[in-house]
Design a protein. Structure first.
Length: 202
């Protein structure tokens, strides 16, 4: 029974976003605070992210649910209509940093305690690799991507090498084509000379 009771919560979490830096409405009436938060977020997404946000529910997280936050306002937990909107918002979220009015606002996906632990471990591994790279004077650029810590510098080098190989193959193909054309032209000239000699003898 406990497992089944948690299933709707897990499904709902997939449609959750946590917003930081959203100013709080000064009124003490809960309904007005919720309405103000909803209107503000819809406005932010429309003006800064060029998205139409469809909000199912929103509520302020209590301080016990949030640790190590540097924002003065309480984080806002928002449930949207679909998981597709989650991807759209997160993809466009970088635009908030370029916005003068909404620069202090940022958003992240809601995650379970286990997911937060995994993310923390990935970030620790990334930072460790960056420190090791800096210590040895390397040029590796370590980032977290798709649940792994990867070196983007190596990937760029591999892509560059592959691109250079493609160019070399193309150049060789051109040279081979030119060589074949020269051989064919030479053979054609020899054939014409033979025809002239035969005609002269006749």
């Amino acid at each position: 029974m406990k497992v089944h009771g948690n299933c709707p919560k897990r499904e709902r979490r997939k449609r959750n976003l946590v917003w930081f830096g959203v100013p709080e409405c000064p009124t003490t009436q809960v309904e007005k605070r919720v309405a103000a938060d909803r209107v503000f977020l819809i406005d932010v997404c429309h003006r800064a992210l060029d998205l139409k946000l469809e909000v199912d529910a929103c509520k302020r997280l209590c301080l016990k649910q949030v640790k190590n936050t540097s924002t003065t306002s309480t984080p806002l937990l928002v449930t949207v209509k679909s998981s597709k909107q989650i991807s759209q918002v997160l993809k466009a979220a970088r635009k908030l940093r370029d916005s003068t009015e909404f620069k202090a606002i940022f958003v992240k996906k809601d995650s379970t305690p286990l997911e937060r632990a995994e993310i923390k471990k990935l970030l620790e591994d990334r930072d460790k690799k960056r420190q090791e790279t800096k210590k040895k004077g390397g040029n590796e650029n370590w980032i977290v991507r798709q649940g792994r810590v990867v070196n983007t510098t190596r990937r760029q080098q591999e892509e560059t090498t592959a691109s250079q190989s493609d160019v070399t193959v193309s150049q060789e193909a051109i040279v081979d084509g030119q060589t074949e054309a020269l051989v064919a032209s030479h053979q054609e000239k020899e054939y014409k000379v033979i025809q002239v000699c035969l005609y002269t003898r006749l």
